[in-house]
Design a protein around this ligand. Structure first.
Ligand SMILES: Nc1ncnc2c1ncn2[C@@H]1O[C@H](COP(=O)(O)OP(=O)(O)O)[C@@H](O)[C@H]1O
Ligand SMILES: [Mg+2]
Length: 376
C-alpha cells in the first residue's frame, strides 16, 4: 500500500525515527496529503521548527487544535496541534479525578508541580495521552502522529507503560509504608530501608514535604486504574489494522542504525509497519556538469582570465556532490535491505533551503505522494 493509499484509508499514521531526519515535516506533509484527499486530518506534532510552527499558526501552547486554511477547492481539512506536556498532564488528572477536590489536591501538590514539568519521558507519554483523546473523539478521519526525537526506540513505544510502571503498586507501597505504619503502629515501626530514606528526606526537605510526598502517592494510587486503562487502549490503537508506522530516516549512519532498530522493535511488538521514508537524500547526475546550464547566461559573460578557475571550482563542487550522492545511495541500499521485500521505501531528495511553510510542505508532498519515480 503506497503513501497515497495510506493517507486515504488509515486512521492513524505514526512517524518514527531519530532526531533531525524530518519526522515533523514529513508528518505535516502527510497530513496535508490527507486533507487534499478529502479527509479531516490532524497532525499531532511535538517539536516543530519555530519557523514551521509560526507559518502554520502554531505559536500558541496549550494543546489547542488549529485549522490551517488550504483554500476553498480543498474538500478535506487540515488541523494541527502542538503538544504541551505539562498542560496535558493536568488534563489527564482532570479526567481521571473522582471530583474537583481530588483534582485540586493534585494540582496544588508541590510534588505534582515539580514532576509535571520534568517527569522523565513526559513528552512521549503525553503524546500518547493526547493521541488517545483525539482518537476516541472521532473528530478526525486521519491523525498523523509526529514523535519526539528519541535516543532509544523503546522510549516512545513504551511510554504509556512508563507512567504505569512509575506508579507501580510496589513502588507506591514502598513510599506509602512509613505513613501507613506510622498511622497504625505509631512511631515504633519507623525502621527498615524505606523508613531510613524517609527520615533522611525529612531532614533534607522538612516534614511538610514528606507529608506532600505521601499525599501525592496516595492520590496517584487512586488514579492507577485510570492510567492503566488508557495505556491499554493506546496499546490497542498502536497494533490495530487502522494504524501504520512509517520509519523516517536520513542518509547518515546513526539515523540508519536507529531506523533498523525501529524496524526490529516494531515487528517484535506487532506494530503494523508500512514502509521507510529515506529523506534528505542528495542527488547528483553522473554526467559531467553542464556549466552553461548551471551558470545560465553569466557563463558566457565570464572573464576569459577567470573562466578556467571558475570552471575548475564548479567541477570540484560537482565531484563533491557526486561523492555525497554516492554515499547516500549506499545508505539507501543498506536500509532497503534491512526493510526487506515486505516494506516499500520512498526516497525523498534534499530540497534546497528548509521546509518551513505550507509551500514547502506542498513541495515535500509532491515527492511523497505524486513523484512515483522514486518509490520502490
Ligand atoms: N527533504 C528535505 N529537504 C530539505 N530540508 C528538509 C527536508 N526534510 C526536512 N528538512 C529540514 O530538516 C530540518 C529537520 O526537520 P524536522 O522535520 O524538524 O526533523 P525531526 O522532526 O525528525 O527532528 C528542518 O529544518 C526541515 O526544514
Ligand atoms: Mg520533530
Amino acid at each position: 500500500m503506497n503513501l497515497q493509499e495510506l493517507v486515504q484509508t488509515r486512521k492513524l499514521l505514526v512517524c518514527v525515527g531519530s532526531g533531525g531526519v524530518g519526522k515533523t515535516t514529513t508528518a505535516a506533509s502527510l497530513a496535508l496529503a490527507g486533507a487534499l484527499a478529502g479527509r479531516r486530518t490532524l497532525v499531532l506534532t511535538i517539536d516543530p521548527a519555530r519557523r514551521l510552527a509560526n507559518s502554520l499558526g502554531l505559536q500558541e501552547f496549550g494543546n489547542t487544535e488549529v485549522r490551517i486554511e488550504l483554500g476553498p477547492e480543498v474538500k478535506g481539512e487540515l488541523w494541527a496541534m502542538m503538544l504541551d506536556a505539562p498542560s496535558t498532564l493536568r488534563d489527564v488528572i482532570r479526567k481521571v479525578a473522582k471530583d474537583d477536590a481530588q483534582r485540586d489536591a493534585v494540582y496544588n501538590n508541590r510534588i505534582f508541580k515539580a514532576i509535571s514539568g520534568s517527569f522523565s519521558g513526559s513528552q512521549e507519554y503525553m503524546a500518547t495521552e493526547r493521541l488517545y483523546d483525539v482518537h476516541i473523539s472521532g473528530r478526525y478521519d486521519l491523525i498523523v502522529l509526529d514523535t519526539p526525537p528519541v535516543k532509544n526506540a523503546l522510549d516512545f513505544l513504551e511510554s504509556p507503560g512508563r507512567l504505569v510502571k512509575f506508579l507501580d503498586r510496589q513502588i507506591m507501597k514502598w513510599f506509602l509504608t512509613p505513613l501507613e505504619e506510622d498511622r497504625v503502629f505509631g512511631k515504633r515501626l519507623w525502621l527498615g530501608t524505606a523508613a531510613v530514606v524517609y527520615r533522611l528526606l525529612g531532614h533534607i526537605f522538612g516534614k511538610e514535604f514528606l507529608g506532600e510526598l505521601s499525599v501525592f502517592f496516595t492520590l496517584f494510587r487512586d488514579f492507577y486504574e485510570g492510567f492503566r486503562e488508557r495505556h491499554e487502549a493506546v496499546g490497542k490503537i498502536f497494533t490495530s489494522d487502522a494504524t501504520r508506522f512509517l520509519v523516517v530516516a536520513a542518509p547518515t549512519d546513526p539515523s540508519v542504525e536507529v531506523a533498523r532498530f525501529f524496524l526490529q522493535e516494531l515487528a517484535q511488538r506487532s506494530c503494523p509497519t508500512a514502509g521507510v521514508i529515506m529523506n534528505q537524500v542528495h542527488r547528483c547526475s553522473n554526467n559531467p556538469p553542464d556549466v552553461e546550464a548551471l551558470l545560465g547566461s553569466s557563463a558566457r559573460a565570464l572573464d576569459p582570465v577567470q573562466a578556467p578557475s571558475v570552471l575548475a571550482r564548479v567541477g570540484a563542487a560537482h565531484r563533491r556532490l557526486r561523492e555525497l550522492a554516492n554515499l547516500d545511495q549506499q545508505r539507501v541500499e543498506e536500509l532497503r535491505r534491512a526493510a526487506g521485500s515486505r516494506l516499500w521505501m520512498k526516497v525523498i531528495p534534499r530540497i534546497s533551503g528548509e521546509v518551513h511553510d505550507l509551500a514547502g510542505l506542498r513541495g515535500l508532498h509532491h515527492y511523497l505522494i505524486e513523484d512515483s519515480v522514486h518509490s520502490v
